[in-house]
Design a protein around this ligand. Structure first.
Ligand SMILES: Nc1ncnc2c1ncn2[C@@H]1O[C@H](COP(=O)(O)OS(=O)(=O)O)[C@@H](OP(=O)(O)O)[C@H]1O
Ligand SMILES: [Mg+2]
Ligand SMILES: [Mg+2]
Ligand SMILES: [Mg+2]
Length: 400
């Protein structure tokens, strides 16, 4: 029985639709399958837990996919034309690079993991590209994807047609959920930053049974040297690839490089010495609320405002100690805006919770239902941060 069959069987059983199955010994050694169900012929629960789950192959595929997608985005950002920026139905921007990145990542995952049954939950869909008005854009995206694949010297890829590109984009239509494996992709997180020429990230996470088990963050414009107080230090080399697997720590390597360094969140315990990150766009997170929280904590440094999950990456290597995110009323967070970033930070020793201190639950589909906002910091600062957040939220509520 092959790898895919075993996994499918396990999933079928966990969904209660199969019972006649065997596990290959080789597979048992390389994966952990945890199934808890009732078989059709006996009424006692059947529980099977099989050793460690390294996700090595998945991590290699994710790094390759995110690195290639970053190359495509860099190409577009360099020659960014106004005509490459479109508006989605919610008025948020989308570019040929968002679509191209999504198509590339989806194509690479399918190609690198042919026997792994998975789905992809991704931000973009092909709706606008299938319209008459989208045909020129679709051609441009297809060219970009093919050019990027052709530039990947070590592999020979087929030339994709416009239909292949549409299909690859629409592979991202999964709704996610608590069962099985789902890749979670934000092909460009921080599109507004991307269009401005600032920070953005290609964010790719993997959910297994509703939990994030792996994450890769490609941040093409993030300096390799630490950032802080909006100032760049010594080296001005840019392009970071952060990655993490559950239980294995978080790492950073130069985008396109191979030497990896383990990263840790900063261990500052005095809020006066801490600095904090927040969204660049005031429309995405209340800067007033962050400033009130920072004041209560006694944070002295001004906020570091950068776009995208590059904030999680920067925090994971200790560039700052706190990330505050308080979307305005009515906004629902999406899993692709936090899956990869949150595992990178937690594997670097940090904590990611909602404003009430609850862990983020990625098992509920596309949305993350959080109380009031998302806060991130190290273990030592979390208790005082939670107190300051509670106080600031109460004050805000009583002033309304
Ligand atoms: N109204 C509103 N409130 C809160 N968040 C929103 C809102 N609109 C969008 N978004 C999401 O924010 C994502 C960009 O991440 P950031 O907010 O960290 O970056 S930014 O500094 O604001 O650009 C951005 O991700 P991308 O769409 O992938 O760029 C959105 O998912
Ligand atoms: Mg978007
Ligand atoms: Mg996003
Ligand atoms: Mg996006």
């Amino acid at each position: 029985m092959g790898t895919a069959t075993v996994w499918w069987r396990a999933r079928a059983i966990s969904a209660g639709v199969g019972s006649d199955w065997r596990l290959s010994e080789a597979r048992i050694r390389t994966r952990c399958i945890s199934v808890s169900t009732r078989s059709s012929c006996c009424s006692s629960p059947l529980t099977l837990i099989v050793s460690s789950m390294p996700y090595e192959k998945e991590l290699a595929a994710a790094k390759k996919a995110a690195t290639l997608a970053a190359r495509l985005c860099q190409k577009v950002q360099k020659a960014l034309l106004q005509s490459d920026v479109h508006s989605k139905s919610d008025k948020s921007p989308v570019t040929v690079a968002d679509y191209g990145s999504q198509a590339l990542v989806s194509f690479i995952l399918e190609r690198e993991l042919p026997s792994e049954p998975f789905s992809i939950v991704a931000e973009e869909d092909s709706g606008d590209l299938r319209k008459e008005s989208g045909q020129e854009t679709l051609k441009r995206i297809t060219e970009l994807v093919n050019d990027t694949l052709a530039s990947e010297g070590s592999d020979s890829f087929p030339t994709l047609t416009t239909d292949d590109v549409l299909a690859a984009i629409d592979n991202g239509k999964s709704e996610g959920g608590p069962v099985g494996q789902h890749w979670v992709l934000d092909p460009i997180d921080g599109t507004k930053g991307f269009v401005r020429g600032d920070q953005y990230a290609i964010a790719l996470g993997l959910l297994h049974e509703g939990k994030v088990v792996l994450g890769v963050l490609a941040c093409p414009n993030l300096p390799l040297a630490s950032i802080g107080s909006n100032q760049l230090h010594s080296s001005n080399e840019v392009g970071c690839l952060f990655f993490a697997k559950v239980g294995d720590g978080a790492y950073l390597q130069a985008l396109g490089g191979s030497t990896q360094t383990k990263v840790h969140v900063c261990d500052v315990d005095n809020p006066e010495e801490a600095s904090f990150f927040e969204s660049f766009e005031a429309a995405h997170s209340s800067h007033d609320l962050s400033s009130s929280i920072a004041e209560k904590l006694g944070v002295k440094a001004p906020p570091v405002r950068i776009d995208s999950q590059a904030k999680y990456g920067a925090l994971s290597r200790g560039d700052g100690a706190i990330y505050l995110r308080f979307p305005h009323k009515g906004y629902r967070e999406k899993i692709w805006d936090h899956a990869a970033g949150s595992i990178v930070v937690t594997e670097a020793g940090g904590i990611v919770t909602d404003a009430a201190g609850n862990p983020l639950d990625f098992s509920k589909g596309k949305f993350l239902d959080v109380v009031s906002g998302i806060i991130v910091t190290n273990q030592k600062l979390m208790p005082s941060l939670l107190r300051a957040v509670k106080e600031a939220l109460n004050e805000k509520a009583s002033s309304l």
